[in-house]
Ligand binder design. Structure first.
Ligand code: BGC
Length: 791
């Protein structure tokens, strides 16, 4: 079909004016599972969208075969509900594509440039397949390690999440393919995921759960944002005017398209009114509901046209950027997947056994089916059919010298009739080996979308066997594939732990590179590993009941909660080892008086004091205390990944906008910078901060809490402009001197009763309603004036 020139030129007015209501409704309702509607009469073609977050899943029957509803719903459920390693069974005919490291893996690179490279590669694969919109990245906060989709998501920290997502989106969209930043917002668990109400107080929303979206949108302007399945504070996310209107559009100025999650809309007219432009996938019922609402006037013509315009703009961008037919190079993308895996692996423990010397003369027992058939991804809609898979065992053999005697053993099996024999065989082999490499994995069936994990253990039988082998052979190295944090009951007895999370089709090569030191590990954790499940800050309120999930820990998510309660983690946020050593020295700030609108640059010297080249993720945190708002002991405010040759030093700078130090004041309904001293700390992890510099935040706005009629007197007395107004009021009203009025104020410092009642009872003054309202208005004005002068 020849696309309408007005569409290509972005001249939508005449196009919209010539559409029928049915055509408009079709356009905001999608076509089948993966397309926007085509309106041939007007030269508006469909565009194709598909998952996912770390690879392109192109379903041939559904897209090329244009499979209609019913059939496609069954296929959709089989994909979403399929369990790991069932890829071939679940997908039917699907195009292969590079399976890159999953979100929880690649995030450990802390490397925005690498995210950009991965995004660009995904974009090229989409171009080959004719996909105009990729349904990713997914960036919900990993509030609990049990969350089924944790493997797709990046971190428990919003700053890191937002910056990494922006890198990926910029890379992807740089190739002319749109991103869909998802799932907006608070889809942090799979339990009853379309009906559970995430009950989250606004400060936690603004500072934690929405902040990553806000940062990513600010830095990369994704073509689309996808609403989440859950209810948020009583209103379905896809129908939530506060979330989609007040926050996304008004506060953040987002002007792209909002698309629903698949069948995530329950009330289509409400969703359109709230600003969810595109309803996916196509549903005859929801289309009819919308037509009826338009006829009844409960959805206005303007609202419909605005969403139509946004769909047209999406279609236009996809069309003008399309390079269908372009080929991506499989080998190059596989090599990239391997490199990213290597950069993202986190070395959690090493008593010196690693790196292995390829030229040594040693007997190595490799245990676990994961060595030959690695678990490289989670399950669900993101699952990708890889173009090839590196098996760790084969890659280890490729890098090993001739004197390494490497033998493999199955070790574990979920088939209980085999388990005991396999374990015995592995134990025997481990006894006589110089080094044992054990590949551990989490439970199949609880590794992805549709269900949360049941515990933090490895798959049944694995923790026990690892513990037994480690007791017999102290040179045991554990290599892990898991979606999110696990507990490690055997940690003290093993020599090394290599954490890969789910690191995609290049995992085997990446692991071999790290084991032999061809790659010096530089990944760092983007979540805290707890010692036990009960230590997770949200533990007590998870997973909710009776359709209500109260996020009781508020802003104290992840390390913020562990730090506040002084809970010792198994591994802290930001932790990861290297084969070399780094030292931090000579911190300096470019300014120490910090004002809103400015930025502060922190510089320090990073030195590689070891004998190998390596990369370090240097992290900058702010610590505050005694300020007006309660804050976590420390929060990440910046980071830098720095490559240094052995012995090399570099001066590193990290610049932080002072506005990033603000907190969200729910009583004032805005972000405020708290006055007072802060420390900017730099180091290797959230619990290892070698450098510290002091600064002072100077703020005028938001310095005081609002004074209401039942505010305790002390808050008015500690607020100079409010105190002045109130004192002048007493002087005039009671005909007393300034000194007498001050004396009266001082008498009321210890009252816990509201302001006006206190003065009424203490001094037997009658306040009229007019008096009260006037004084409160005068106070508000005086406080605002004071802020203006101070600024
Ligand atoms: C998932 C989305 C995905 C969509 C389409 C939903 O079940 O939550 O992340 O993009 O399906 O497959």
């Amino acid at each position: 079909m020849q696309a309408n020139p007005d569409l290509i030129a972005g001249e939508f007015d005449t196009l919209i004016a010539s559409m029928t209501v049915e055509e408009k409704v079709a356009l905001v309702s999608g076509r089948h599972m993966w397309k926007t509607a085509e309106i041939a009469r007007l030269g508006i073609p469909s565009i194709i969208m598909t998952d996912g977050t770390y690879g392109v899943r192109y379903s041939i029957d559904q897209i090329d075969g244009d499979q209609p509803g019913g059939q496609d719903f069954a296929a959709f459920l089989s994909v979403v509900n399929q369990k790991a390693n069932g890829v071939q069974v679940a997908f039917g005919a699907i195009n292969s594509a590079t399976c890159f490291p999953n979100g929880s893996s690649v995030a450990c690179s802390w490397d925005v440039g690498l995210m950009h490279e991965m995004g660009a590669a995904l974009g090229k694969e989409c171009q080959e397949l004719g996909v105009g919109l990729l349904l990713g990245p997914g960036i919900n906060i990993r509030r609990t390690p049990l969350g089924g989709r944790s493997y797709e998501y990046y971190s428990e920290d919003p700053l890191l999440t937002g910056d990494l997502a922006a890198g990926l989106i910029n890379g992807l969209q740089g190739q002319g393919v749109g991103a869909s930043l998802k799932h907006f917002a608070c889809n942090n668990s799979e339990i009853e995921r379309t009906s559970m109400d995430s009950l989250v107080e606004e400060r936690a929303l603004r500072e934690i759960y929405l902040r990553g979206f806000e940062r990513a949108i600010g830095q990369s302007n994704p073509w689309t944002v996808m609403t989440s399945y859950n209810v948020l504070n009583g209103v379905q996310a896809a129908e939530n005017p506060w979330l989609l209107g007040d926050v996304l559009r008004d506060d953040w100025g987002y002007d792209g398209l909002v698309v629903s999650d698949w069948h995530g809309i329950k009330d289509r007219p409400a969703s359109l009114n709230a600003g969810n432009d595109l309803d996916m996938p196509e549903s005859g019922k929801r289309k009819q509901d919308l037509i009826t609402a338009i006829e009844a006037g409960t959805v206005s013509a303007e609202t419909l046209d605005l969403s139509v315009r946004r769909v047209l703009e999406l279609v236009r961008k996809a069309l003008i950027n399309s390079r269908k037919g372009e080929k991506f190079d499989r080998a190059t993308h596989h090599a990239l997947a391997r490199r990213i895996a290597g950069e993202s692996i986190v070395l959690l423990k090493n008593d010196g056994v690693l790196p292995l010397d390829p030229n040594a003369s040693l007997k190595i027992a490799v245990i676990g089916g994961g060595a030959e058939e690695p678990v490289i991804q989670g399950s669900g809609c993101a699952t990708t059919l890889p173009t090839q898979v590196d098996a760790p065992l084969a890659e280890i053999r490729k890098l090993a010298g001739v004197n390494l005697d490497i033998r493999a053993y199955q070790g574990f099996s979920e088939d209980l009739s085999l388990a005991a024999d396999l374990a015995d065989e592995a134990v025997e082999a481990a006894k006589s080996a110089d080094i044992v490499l054990i590949f551990g994995t989490t439970e199949v069936g609880y590794d992805g979308e549709g269900s949360d994990r049941r515990n933090l253990s490895l798959a049944p039988g694995q923790d026990g066997l690892i513990a037994e082998i480690a007791r017999l052979n102290p040179r045991t190295v554990v290599v892990l594939s898991n979606p999110d944090a696990i507990t490690m009951p055997w940690l003290d007895d093993v020599a090394a732990v290599v954490e890969t999370f789910f690191s995609g089709q290049g995992m085997g090569g990446g692991v071999a590179d790290v084991l032999f030191g061809a790659v010096n590990p530089s990944g760092k954790l983007t979540v805290t590993f707890p010692r036990k499940l009960g230590d997770v800050p949200g533990f007590l309120s998870y997973p909710g009941e009776n359709r209500r999930h109260i996020y009781g820990e508020g802003i104290f998510v992840g390390y913020r909660g562990y730090d506040a309660r002084e809970t010792e983690p198994l591994f802290p946020f930001g932790f990861g080892l290297s084969y070399t050593d780094f030292t931090y020295s000579d911190i300096a700030l470019d300014k120490t008086e910090l004002r809103s609108g400015d930025s502060v640059t922190v510089s320090f010297t990073l030195t590689n004091t070891g004998a190998r080249a390596g990369k370090e993720v240097a992290q900058l945190y702010v610590e505050r205390s005694g300020q007006r708002h309660a804050t976590p002991p420390r929060e990440l405010k910046g980071f830098a990944k720095v490559a240094l040759a052995a012995g090399e030093s570099q001066r590193v700078t990290i610049t932080v906008p002072v506005d990033d130090l603000r907190v969200y004041d729910t009583s004032l309904g805005c972000w405020v910078l708290d006055n007072g001293a802060i420390a900017l700390k730099v180091g290797a992890s959230s619990r290892d901060l070698a450098l510290s510099a002091e600064a002072n935040c100077v703020a005028a706005e938001g310095r005081y809490r609002p004074i209401l009629r039942d505010t305790q007197p002390i808050f008015m007395l500690n607020n100079p402009p409010a105190r002045r107004v109130f004192r002048q009021f007493l002087e005039a009203r009671l005909n007393v001197s300034e000194r007498e009025a001050e004396g009266m104020l001082e008498h009321c410092t210890n009252s816990f009763i509201g302001l006006f009642t206190t003065f009424e009872r203490r001094f037997r003054i009658q306040f009229s309603e007019d008096d009260i309202e006037r004084v409160l208005a005068d106070i508000e004005q005086a406080v605002a004036e004071d802020a203006r002068v101070q600024a």
